[in-house]
Every structure is written in structure tokens, then in C-alpha cells.
Design a protein around this ligand. Sequence first.
Ligand code: HEM
Length: 536
Amino acid sequence: IRCQTTSTDEPRTKRNLLDNASNLLTNLLSGGSLGSMPIAEGAVTDLFDKPFFFSLYDWFLEHGAVYKLAFGPKAFVVVSDPIVARHILRENAFLYDKGILADILEPIMGKGLIPADLDTWKQRRRVIAPGFHSLYLEAMTQVFTKCSERTIQKFEKIAEGTKEHGERKIELDLEAEFSNLALDIIGLGVFNYDFGSVTKESPVIKAVYGTLFEAEHRSTFYIPYWKVPLASWIVPRQRKFRKNLKVINDCLDGLIKNAKETRQETDVEKLQQRDYLNLNDASLLRFLVDMRGADVDDRQLRDDLMTMLIAGHETTAAVLTWAVFLLAQNPSKMRKAQVEIDSVLGHKEPTFESLKKLEYIRLIVVEALRLYPQPPLLIRRALKSDRLPGGYKGDKNGYAIPAGTDIFVSVYNLHRSPYFWDRPSDFEPERFLSQRKSEEIEGWAGFDPSRSPGALYPNEIISDFAFLPFGGGPRKCVGDQFALMESTVALAMLLQKFDVELKGSADSVELVTGATIHTKNGLWCKLRKRSDQPQI
Ligand code: HEM
């Protein structure tokens, strides 16, 4: 139980009152002994002053890699240790569910993979994961280049009209542009629907953004007032949310109906023969309907598609946003990336094969994911009591946790842990070429690329859970390779044509977070058409 004293003559500001109320509640209600687990001296105001994961990082440095955070009536265990993360996500994965995350996402995603109960998840994961095989990814490379090309052409068109001192230079919010690009890609890749959001607005696009906005609001709002009966009819923003959801659901229902009605044996044969490049529609929906039979429940299919639309859109847009933010502050690394692009691609578009040669661009993408993981926290709830193993610091015997314990696995802390990374806050894509060994840390196997032979991108297996941008274990992201390849293509095509600078200072780019880490007011950049590309 924590205690915080306040001097009697200190002005009773709103902040003090909030802190004291929080402390009192914590003392009364946090209960549930977690043995000798350190307790963070948090306060409710920590939730509002800066992004939540910043505070979790400060407490990690102060209290160690497993600590209890108590505020209000709730207590959470915060994990920043790869051995404990591995235990929760992989070794004992089925002892945990998604807890509060499932509560928040269930109204949007229904029984989609992220919030699904264990039985539904087992059944659907078996059906969906095989859809992301390498031939599908190869076919998707064309979708990535087509959509990225559309974005680049848009920029070039704007640049044509704004010639300044002989230079073609434009100012754009790249975060918004990446969001449109990622939406177009996920629409085409998952259900062969062209949102066309790079060039236009539509009611469906507005509904998607409205729904994402509400999901974010719910993930950061303290009291789940939307669960109050009739709230969705009375509260204006909840009414709007219901309407947006209906627009998307109607669109998805139409696509599912169409996919079932146009199921053709010739396409099924092509799929069975893995003749992906000759398919008119290589989308995941086509795969799910053609290969898995047309009798799959429409409602379940809709939940699956909605889940992938939400899970695969803002996450990828955020990776591109932070990759550019980091590169713009490191012009020599941007130059190095462009030298690689020029030598591998010249003036051509990336292909599935050429992606393998764009090593530096791939490392930039993973380094952006290390520094800005999306989401910064993985959320779990213990279904039964469990014993967390001892980590590299603190209590070596580990901690017993009761059933119902809510856990945050802080990916942000793991990715910036001074115990696993040299100069953890620096942008250093080259770091993945040589990383820490395991000698000093008991129970942690260290970084070893031979554990994941042939992997194009570093992952949680290579790093033994010190680097887990897509989670790990059975609930690991199904779209990881899709997202990594998509980001590599888009970044390569942008840098092939443009030099990028931040419009203001890096400090003026404020971070906010919900499900993903994004900027408060956009990533405003100056783009200059490159004049130094090699001539063919
Ligand atoms: C799960 C990250 C792109 C579909 C996850 C998880 C993470 C993640 C960390 C695990 C969540 C947990 O354990 O609680 C990302 C990032 C992406 C990305 C950083 C982009 C850079 C995508 C894409 C798709 C997708 C493109 C689909 C096309 C999913 C699904 C799950 C998931 C369906 C749930 C898997 C399950 O529970 O079985 N993602 N994701 N994600 N992701 Fe992704």
C-alpha cells in the first residue's frame, strides 16, 4: 500500500486533490497482495500530463522490470522483462486473455481474432493465418507498389504546381498521407475494396476514421460510460459511433455477399494450384471464401475483416510516420537509404525479389518499430492464478499472481531497455546487425539470428523476446510480414523520389497515444523532388 503526504500549507490545487483522492482509493481498494513486488508511486495526474507509456518507462527505471501500478480502484502489473514477457505471451499463453482490451474492442470487432474468446480464436486463427502465405505476400507486393505509386503521383502533381526558386518543394502532413495510403492497401489486400482515400473522401472512409477515433477514445477514457444502458442512443458521440459502425458493416456485408456470389471454380483451382499472380482478386476475403467454402458464417467473416481493417491500418501508418520522423532528423541515414534504393531499384518499382536486397530500408522500418512500437503495450488478464518467473532484475523467485490480475507487457520499455540495447534512445538501424549476447542475463537466450533462418526482418525469436513489435506466441500478429513489406515498399518509393525534412523542430512534434503512438497535430514535412537520382 502506498502513501503520499501533502504538507498542510501547500495550496490545495486541483492536482493535489486528484492525487490524494487517487491515493486514498488505492490504499483502500488496490488490495490483492502480490508479495514483494515493487509498487509504483503513480498518481492519476500521471495519466494526463504526458503519454501513459512515458510514465511506465520512468517507473520501470525506478522500480525494476516487474512492478505493480495502482491507481484508483484498479491495479496492474507492468512487465518490462523478456523472460516474463515470453512466459505470458508464449509459454503460458492460454492462461491469459485480452482483458480490458477485449472489453473495449468487442463492440467493434465482435468475435474477430483480437477480442475473440479462446474457442472462437482457435477456430478462426487456423483458418486465417494460412491466408498470409508467401504467394499471397508476393501478389500483395503489386498492391503495395500500385498504392504507393498513387501517393507519390499525388505529391508530384502538387510539386508541379509549386515551383519555388527552380526547386519543386511542397509541405504536407505525411502522417495523414500515410494513413490514407495504409487504408487503401488494407482495403485492397484484405477484401479487394479500393477506398481510393489517397485521392478522395467518401462516407465509408469517414466512417472508418470515426470508428478508429472512438476506439482510441475508449482506450484512453477512464470510465466506460458507453456501457451504461441506452448510452449508445443518448450520448451524441456514441450515436455517431453506432452510425459509423453501420456504414462499415453494410459495406463489408456487401463485399462478403459479392465474394460468395462470384465464387468460381476456376479461381478456386488457381488458388489450389497456388497460381496467385494470375488471379484477378488475390485478397484474403477471396481466399477465405474460395478455399474454406462458401458456407462460413457471414457475421464471423465480417468480424474477421473488421478486425484486420482496424489492426492493419493505423499501425502501419504509424510505422511510416515515425520512420520518416527519425530519418528527417538523421540526414546522413536518409542519404544512405537513398544510395541503397538507387543501387537496388534505380528508377524501377520494388518487387518481391528486390525487397530482399533493400536491407537498410528494412532495418529502418524495424528500428522505427523498436523506438515507436504499435501498440506500446500488450494487455492481458490472468484467467487463473499463475507464477511469473524471476526476471533479470529484482526478485529472482518471481511473483505469484492471482486470477484476474491485469497485466501490461510494456513493449515500449522492452524496446528501450538499457539492459538490452546500447544507447537505447538513438536511431541506429545498423544495431540489428550486431546485438547483445546473453552471458550476463540468466534465463535470456540473447540475440541470435540463426534461431530464425531466412527471416527478412529481425523478430522476437531472434531476440528471445527483447524485441517484440508484433507480439509473440500464439497470439502474435498474423499480418506482420504484410505490414513490414508494405512499409518497406512505401518508404523506398518515397525516398526514391523525394528528400524529406521536418517543417518545424523535432521537439514541436508532440506525441499522443491510444492504440498506436501518433502525433498531436500531424507530421508536417517539406518534400523536395530529388535531382540527384542516377540517370539511366
Ligand atoms: C495482432 C502489431 C499490422 C492483423 C497484433 C499484435 C501486435 C500487432 C503487437 C499482438 C497483440 C497482442 O498480443 O495483444 C501490428 C503492427 C502492425 C500490424 C505493429 C503494423 C506495422 C497488421 C496487419 C494485419 C494485422 C497489416 C492484417 C492484415 C492482426 C490480427 C491480430 C494482430 C488479426 C490478432 C492476432 C491473434 O490474436 O491471433 N498486431 N500489427 N496486423 N494483428 Fe497486427
